[in-house]
Design a protein around this ligand. Structure first.
Ligand SMILES: Cc1ncc(C[n+]2csc(CCOP(=O)(O)OP(=O)(O)O)c2C)c(N)n1
Ligand SMILES: [Mg+2]
Length: 340
């Protein structure tokens, strides 16, 4: 079984230290909570929709919400987001409707959007291939003298890919305003972190590229927010890229097609579930006196309603024309494609 990554006590934490972060007033704290709940609700409903045969294979991100919401809240609207499949619903936090993302998982053409409408790139399924894209976009922003930066999300397994290396090195050499956000959930499907790297910590890789590397508790939405905000400030002020390693332990299957019981540390999964990131933040907000039962119920009801409307809107879309599959592939489709 894979062990917890070395140095975990050195992770940056906010919630467990019961401290406050600069830059978030009561409204900011509650906005963050709404984002967490929206993502959690999206994820839990999607699993149900998958089981009902209403969406296809789905990459569950249960307990990754703190990494996603915490980092997005540290960005400005002009900043670009490059998600992987694990962050499929991150565009919700930029106003992309739930129906659009549900349609993506249904393989429907209305599941794509114009990235420039939301500054959210397409969901990337090939591991790490979006890292050079994000580095290039960030470098372009710098060349144009614009203040926007980019963030690329990827997993621990992605750090073994050539595209990750190329993107990270390029961003550092060009001092591109990029945040490299690694969700280290310690598994790449069934491959444990120990089989992925001999580095004591993934953040140590940053040294080799000549950029700062920080490690945060990936279940602590405020620690993620704080670390990302610092990385964004550095990027905007010409300080180049930062590598953020957000450490967690995957508490859900890799995707709906996976049965992790045959390889994962089930006790560790249980610990993660007991300390999952939405509940942790709720307890923090209650200690601060910011969250009440009534508010919590309202936020959860709003998110549930958004998802009900989302699946209804997705299912109301007409079936796509099968010819679309070939539209951008062939000038003259081979005649046998028309058979049947
Ligand atoms: C280039 C490439 N190789 C292999 C795969 C198959 N694959 C899909 S998910 C995955 C594991 C990735 O693990 P990690 O980077 O840790 O991300 P996580 O799924 O844990 O978020 C692999 C190997 C792929 N999608 N793309
Ligand atoms: Mg992983």
């Amino acid at each position: 079984m894979a062990q917890v990554a070395h140095g975990e006590p050195e992770l940056r934490r906010v919630i467990d230290e019961d401290r406050e972060v600069d830059g978030l007033d009561r409204d900011g704290l509650l906005d963050l909570y709404r984002s967490l709940v929206l993502l959690r609700t999206y994820d839990e409903r999607s699993l149900v929709y998958h089981r009902q045969g209403r969406i296809g294979t789905y990459a569950i991100f249960w307990n990754h919400e703190a990494m996603q919401a915490g980092s997005v809240h540290a960005l400005a609207g002009e900043d670009w987001i490059f998600p992987s499949y694990r962050e499929s619903a991150i565009g919700l936090l930029r106003g992309i409707p739930p129906a659009t993302i549900l349609q993506w998982w249904r393989g429907h053409p209305s599941g794509w959007w114009n990235p420039a409408d939301h500054n959210v790139a397409s969901i990337c399924v090939p591991i790490a291939t979006h890292v050079p894209h994000a580095a290039g976009l960030a470098w372009g922003k710098k060349l144009k003298g614009e203040s926007a930066c980019a963030i690329a999300y990827f997993g621990d397994g992605a750090t073994s890919e050539g595209a990750f290396h190329e993107g990270a090195n390029f961003a550092a050499v060009m001092q591109a305003p990029l945040v490299l956000f690694c969700n280290n959930n310690q598994w790449a499907i069934s491959t444990p972190l120990s089989a992925q790297t001999r580095a004591a910590a993934l953040a140590d890789k940053a040294v080799g590229y000549g950029m700062p590397g920080v490690r945060v508790d990936g279940g602590d939405v405020l620690a993620v927010y704080e670390a990302t905000r610092e990385a964004v400030e550095r990027a905007r002020s010409g300080g180049g890229p930062t590598f953020i390693e957000a450490v967690t332990y995957r508490a859900a299957p890799h995707a709906t097609a996976d049965d992790p019981r045959v390889y994962i540390d089930l006790e560790r999964v249980e610990q993660e579930k007991q300390n999952e990131c939405v509940g942790r933040y709720e307890r923090y907000l209650r200690r601060l006196g910011v969250l009440t039962d009534e508010l919590e119920a309202d936020v959860k009801a709003d998110a549930a309603e958004a998802m009900r409307q989302g699946i209804a809107a997705a299912e109301a879309e007409p079936e796509p024309d099968p010819e679309l599959v070939f539209e951008h592939a062939y000038v003259d489709p081979p005649p046998r494609f028309r058979d049947g």
